[in-house]
Design a protein around this ligand. Structure first.
Ligand code: DGJ
Length: 719
């Protein structure tokens, strides 16, 4: 059992891998956090409140003790984990533990994405029941610990057991106190086409907060935050990380109080969330996944990668080798017809590409981004044989066929909008703010959910479709559902997410053979919530290989390579105007689910030969890149150079990738130390050169990349 509790000493130990997370009920039944870090033996810790108190303080004791679920009104001064407004109009909450018990395995979260187990032995759960003695409100905190990794998940359910309505005003799925504040805070910031850059800053008194109030996790911030030992690097040092399995508005913070206690917290964004609970009603918040590693940032990332690849992603395609695809978006944009698509597909077939994806523009009268979203009816002017005709022809070439949708949207110029102008998020009487000429459907409304399920399912049943790209190209404005009463308007954004999740669950389970890829103007919703329904996500609309070094490096802080779409596109690159060799473009894209996004009919025969070589190479390495352990070796954020590697579980197969951005004169070779090899074994590359594992890890491999935008990829094997 990975959960152990001792009622006499009122402590509970959640242990797995080399990690322990320890809770304590004080003598007044407040739930406290005693410890989170390297594994400690069960029963080895005790609590002394004096450890948390300054010698003399103006502050109330309740503001200083290490609350596990902090609440307002009795001395706590930070963000509450459970914010409540009761029927008397005050926000005072007092949570006392009434019971705790263990359960084998890990239960699903109804209606919400969450990590899961396949066998009960993989995790154990601790359920802590708390109650506010004055209002009767109940809180159930469900913790699960994965025995292999020590990853701890938490979700909170709030039940109104009182006789009057209460309003939930905030819910932080995880809120972990620390004994000191000597940390750096780490998060992933970005913008459209520049998602998930690694940001690390020293933590100081006050609050370091990141958030999205866009109704999507967003390009700007990712639902992830971590504390690192100031000396932690990629390979060593403590890292404590929180990731939220959610795709909507979130908030996360690292804060420090005036006594030097830090806290790391993540959950729903209280700025754009309230939820009314009538007597007897309950609310369950999204799951937070807490990961600790004493092996630096790579250690933390590797724990997330394995968990998210194998126990968050689901379905037929979770473990299967992903097909090499060609997507027509940057190749043709809206300017295509069946002949042009088939010409590209025919070239693709010659190169050994396996999947042809038709992107935006196949439906309604959409020749620009100003119409037809919502009208999921094939445009027979462009595709005279319909989708099934096109799909049959693509299949006849031996390729699979994939299709783009943007189902959560409606164009004002569409039959759907003309029929149901009230289905979008809007405030009656106010201008409906458009973005990319489109409005956003209120996915919280059951009739909208049914429409989307039916419209998408009809198309998927009408033709042989093997892959779907599910796009979402704008964030919410006027996020106020028409169907909700005034005192429930603050539920709109979260109800949208619940509706979307229901739709995704329904469609992905009805079409289990289809590979789904999520997208949001590139990586604007690259989050664990979407990964539960779709095992891969389009990383970014920036396809420039040099920019992709940072994009893929930053994304890998939390997400596995098997989650990232990575395509070779044309030069000059459409986002940056930069020209990079075809071989380097391929060497960068092999770090994710590999594909092409250009018009193959316009490539020279040399370029086509290079593409064919690349396809052959990818087929030989993709099981390693999808399932191997990913090591970040040299950061493109700190150097004009980057390196990473993939190492198979048995350490016999290693793909080493190095990239030079800009060169300088008289440049010495760069020695890159590899990690995770077997020091005793000999590794031989495709050029027949052999190196001992110990040598590659101690002295490193010498990279001689001396020109701008150049790369070297080596496949080492133990013979
Ligand atoms: C945004 C996506 O990120 C692109 O790849 C492409 O699908 C366009 N939308 C199409 O409108």
């Amino acid at each position: 059992m990975s959960v152990w509790y001792d009622n006499e000493n009122r402590t509970a130990y959640l242990s797995g891998g080399d990690v322990s997370y320890v809770l304590f009920r004080d003598d007044e039944n407040h739930l406290l956090n005693l410890y989170w870090g390297p594994a400690v033996p069960n029963g080895s810790l005790s609590y002394d409140p004096a450890d948390y108190m300054p010698f003399a303080s103006f502050d109330l004791p309740l503001s200083l003790i290490p609350h596990e679920i902090p609440v307002c009104g009795r001395g706590w001064n930070g963000t509450p984990a459970v914010g409540l407004l009761n029927s008397a109009g005050d926000d005072v909450v007092d949570l006392r533990v009434t019971d705790w018990y263990t359960q084998a395995g890990k239960a699903p979260l109804p209606g919400l994405p969450a990590t899961y187990t396949e066998k009960d032995a993989e995790a154990d759960s601790l359920i802590v029941c708390l109650q506010d003695p004055d209002t009767g409100v109940l809180v159930k905190a469900v913790y699960s610990v994965f025995s292999e990794s020590g990853a701890v998940t938490r979700s909170l359910t709030v039940e109104n057991a009182s006789a009057a309505p209460v309003f939930l005003t905030g819910l932080q799925s995880a809120s972990v106190p620390f004994w000191s504040s000597d940390f750096d805070v780490l998060h992933l910031k970005g913008a459209w086409a520049r998602e998930r850059s690694v940001v690390r800053s020293p933590l100081g008194q006050g609050e370091y907060r990141i958030a999205s109030r866009r109704g999507a996790s967003g390009h700007e911030e990712n639902p992830f935050i971590a504390f690192c030992d100031p000396k932690a690097d990629e390979f060593s040092g403590g890292v404590w990380a929180l990731s939220l399995v959610y795709s909507g508005s979130f908030a996360a913070s690292g804060s420090v109080d005036n006594a030097g206690h830090a806290r790391l917290s993540i959950g729903l964004n209280p700025d754009v969330f309230t939820w009314k609970l009538n007597p007897g009603e309950s609310f369950t918040g999204p799951e937070a996944v807490m990961v600790f590693s004493s092996h630096g940032l790579n250690g933390m990332s590797q724990l997330y990668h394995r968990l998210y690849r194998t126990r968050l992603a689901r379905g037929t395609w979770r473990d299967r080798e992903r097909p090499i695809l060609i997507n027509n978006w940057e190749g043709t944009y809206f300017d295509f017809n069946e002949d042009r698509l088939l010409a590209i597909a025919a070239e693709a077939q010659k190169l050994g590409i396996e999947l042809f994806v038709l992107d935006d523009g196949w439906f309604g009268k959409r020749n620009l981004d100003n119409c037809s979203l919502g009208d999921w009816i094939v445009n027979t002017e462009k595709l005279p044989h319909g989708l099934s005709g096109l799909s049959d022809r693509i299949h006849a070439l031996g390729l699979r066929f994939g299709l783009w949708f943007e189902p959560e949207m409606v164009s004002p110029d569409s039959d759907l909008y003309r029929t149901h102008p009230d289905w979008c998020l809007h405030v009656p009487g106010r201008t409906r703010t458009e973005s990319r000429n489109q409005l956003i459907l209120d996915m919280g409304r059951p009739e909208v959910q049914e429409y989307v399920i039916r419209a998408v399912s009809d198309v998927l049943s009408s033709a042989g479709i093997d892959y779907v790209k599910w796009d979402m190209n704008r964030n919410m404005t006027e996020a106020v559902s028409l169907i909700l009463p005034q005192d429930r308007k603050g539920e709109t954004m979260h109800r949208y997410m619940l509706g979307l999740y229901r739709v995704l669950e329904t469609i992905t389970s009805a079409f289990p053979q289809i590979l789904f890829e999520s997208c949001s103007g590139g990586g604007g919703r690259f989050d664990p919530g979407m990964l539960f329904y779709m095992p891969q996500t389009w990383t970014s609309d920036d396809t420039d290989a040099i920019e992709r070094l940072k994009l893929q490096y930053g994304t890998s802080i939390v997400y596995p390579a098997s989650a990232m779409g990575a395509h070779v596109s044309a030069v000059p690159n459409h986002q940056t105007g930069r020209s990079v060799s075809i071989s380097m473009r391929g060497d960068v894209a092999l770090g994710g689910n590999f594909g092409f996004e250009l018009d193959l009919t316009r490539l020279s025969s040399e370029e086509l030969d290079a593409c064919a070589e690349m396809v052959k190479k990818i087929k030989g390495i993709r099981s390693l890149t999808q399932k191997g352990t990913f090591w970040r070796l040299v950061s493109p954020f700190e150097n004009s150079f980057a390196a990473w590697s993939f190492v198979s579980e048995d350490r016999s197969d290693v793909l080493f990738c190095a990239y030079r951005v800009l060169t300088v004169p008289n440049m010495p070779p760069v020695r890159v130390r590899l990690h995770g090899l077997d020091p005793e074994k000999t590794y031989t590359d495709e050029k027949g050169r052999s190196f001992s594992g110990a040598f590659l890890m101690q002295q490193g491999y010498s990279v001689h990349l001396r020109s701008d935008f150049s790369s070297e990829v080596l496949h080492f094997r133990v013979k």
